[in-house]
Write a protein of this length. Structure first.
Length: 159
């Protein structure tokens, strides 16, 4: 262990000390007879704080962006009015007949495995994504009621 003079206050300091015990100065390196005895990095004040601040700021930014995107999605579904697309004339007639308590039936069209067979219609709707008329009908024991496009049914009758 050697003693050298502090560059800041001039007091004698051990080469093994990390800082001067008198003034607290940290030297880039302690020098003794022109050679490096105990190297120390100069600590940059606030570097750790800056990194922590950047990380926290990034997380906050991601949370804000995420919440804005989720709010946009929810505002679309609640505040925007859906496009009004009506039923076809035939769909309206079937819906009115069902509302009056009548029974409506149809014959399956040519593009079905049930071609020519009769089926009962239970409800009518406009399919939301395609905006086309659909009917809820009997299909099979596996699928008792399914929604089908209006073009799959022929000869719709209500009694």
């Amino acid at each position: 262990m050697a003693l050298i003079k502090c560059k800041e206050c001039g007091h004698e300091v051990s080469t093994e000390a990390q800082a001067c015990p008198h003034c607290g100065a940290v030297q880039k390196k302690w020098e003794s007879k022109g050679r490096r005895v105990s190297p120390f990095r100069e600590r940059t004040p606030g570097r750790g704080r800056l990194v922590a601040l950047l990380i926290v700021g990034g997380i906050i930014l991601l949370v804000i962006i995420g919440s804005q995107n989720s709010n946009k999605g929810s505002s679309r579904s609640t505040s925007s009015t859906p496009q009004k697309v009506g039923l076809t004339a035939q769909g309206k007639a079937v819906q009115e007949a069902l509302n009056e308590g009548k029974t409506c039936t149809a014959t399956w069209g040519e593009d079905s495995s049930k071609t020519g067979q009769n089926t009962r219609i239970y409800a009518v709707r406009v399919e939301p994504s395609e905006k086309k008329t659909q009917y809820q009908v009997d299909h099979s024991t596996d699928y008792p009621r399914i929604w089908v496009w209006d073009f799959r049914l022929k000869k719709i009758e209500c009694k």
